[in-house]
Ligand binder design. Structure first.
Ligand code: CA
Length: 398
């Protein structure tokens, strides 16, 4: 009798948890910038975003974001809805593995994994809301309640002397309380050296300075730049060379004294495997909206920790990408786990103009003196402002 009652109770429990995905929607958003800005390879005149909304028959909604070209990731997510509709949204790993396996022959990197990332983030948000806990609780609990952020900015503009406007911008980040700033390089070695010197002078000796070439250089130019700025206490040299060329990464790493960073153009734990196994870099920067989502990035982070490689995520999206990154960052081990003064992972906080970034959140995710609190609400801990979605929505062409 007792056993029968137990079985019935267990059955009820299972039935209560049987929730189904009822809708998958994509939102392509775009906003013009007040003035264009450039990194080493291109100019930006607008910012776009591709958001994924997943609804369940239990009334829960999850939000995800895809890094990459919004008009191309949206149809890939739309096509993936056939794997999702009617499925249990709590089965994050099963659904990820199934979609990845079914598309393995055609999409081990790039758009397919970016689409999968947005879906995965939305599903983890649903799972957190379903159990009434933040995502970091589902990964074993938080190691921290806030993270230090560094300012990503210091791009090039159409007008003015770069040495002047870069110095002013960098000094502004220091006034805002940031403990570190990242300068875009890749505009020619001599030009980069002058810019790095100007920014170092503007921020003083106690604020961190990283440089990011967005893989504009070959090994020769990257090593030359690294040697010429080595005296400026460079926190890391990011994407010095092409992301596909791990031998070039190893050559740059062997030649230069500062840590080498990269990984925003790599995908899934399978993609990161050789990078880690051959110790091609010191700091790995997967983008949660590109590399496979929350579940996959947790696996990549565990691999990074196993290989003794620092994990500091690449973040370049809206509040959804920031929130998902923060949930994962809550669970990351410190870089120096046995030290009495542990060195924690740092958040990349994009300070360039992005009208959509915070507007889609009901409560913005901002920093106070360079520190960002990790939201502790259910799921990603954010709420979406649907009016903002309408304001930035790209209308389908007639
Ligand atoms: Ca970068």
């Amino acid at each position: 009798m007792f056993r029968v009652r137990c079985r019935a109770r267990r059955k009820n429990r299972i039935r209560r948890h049987r929730v189904k995905i009822s809708a998958v929607r994509t939102h392509i958003l775009e906003a013009a910038l007040s003035q264009p800005f450039a990194y080493s390879r291109a100019w930006y005149a607008s910012r776009t975003a591709m958001l994924v909304e997943i609804e369940t028959d239990s009334g829960l909604t999850g939000w995800g974001e895809c890094y990459g070209p919004a008009r191309m990731t949206a149809p890939v997510v739309d096509a993936m809805s056939r794997w999702l509709l009617g499925q249990n949204p709590l089965h994050t790993d099963r659904l990820w593995q199934q979609i990845y396996a079914d598309l393995r022959d055609h999409g081990q990197k790039g758009l397919v994994v970016e689409a999968l990332s947005g879906i995965d983030i939305a599903l983890w948000g649903i799972k957190g809301k379903h159990f009434g806990v933040p995502v970091y609780d589902l990964f074993g609990g938080p190691l921290r309640t806030s993270v230090h952020a560094y300012a990503t900015g210091l791009y090039r503009r159409k007008r003015g002397n770069p040495l002047d406007y870069l110095s002013q911008e960098a000094a502004g980040y220091v006034r805002d309380g940031f403990h570190a700033v990242k300068l875009k390089v890749g505009f020619g070695v001599a030009d980069d050296v002058r810019a790095a010197q100007a920014v170092r002078e503007a921020i003083g000796p106690d604020v961190g300075l990283m440089i990011d070439a967005n893989h504009a250089y070959d090994t020769v130019a990257a090593i030359e730049l690294g040697r010429r700025v080595a005296g400026l206490d460079i926190g890391w040299f990011e994407e010095p060379v092409l992301p596909e060329d791990l031998a070039a990464y190893r050559a740059v790493k062997a030649a230069l004294p500062m840590p080498i960073a990269g990984g925003e153009c790599e995908f899934t734990r399978l993609g990161f495997r050789d990078m880690f196994a051959t110790r091609a870099l010191d700091v790995v920067q997967p983008d949660i909206c590109a590399a496979g989502g929350i579940g996959e990035c947790k696996k990549i982070a565990d691999m990074a920790a196993t290989f003794g490689i620092r994990y500091n995520p690449h973040v370049w999206g809206t509040g959804i990408g920031i929130a998902a990154s923060l949930q994962l960052m809550a669970t990351l081990p410190t870089h120096t786990p046995t030290s009495l003064a542990p060195l924690d992972p740092v958040l990349e906080l994009d300070q360039t103009e992005h009208p959509i970034r915070q507007a889609i959140l009901k409560t913005p995710l901002t920093h106070v003196s360079g520190v960002v609190a990790i939201p502790d609400g259910p799921g990603l801990g954010i709420e979406i402002d649907r009016d903002a979605l309408e304001a930035f929505r790209v209308r389908p062409s007639a």
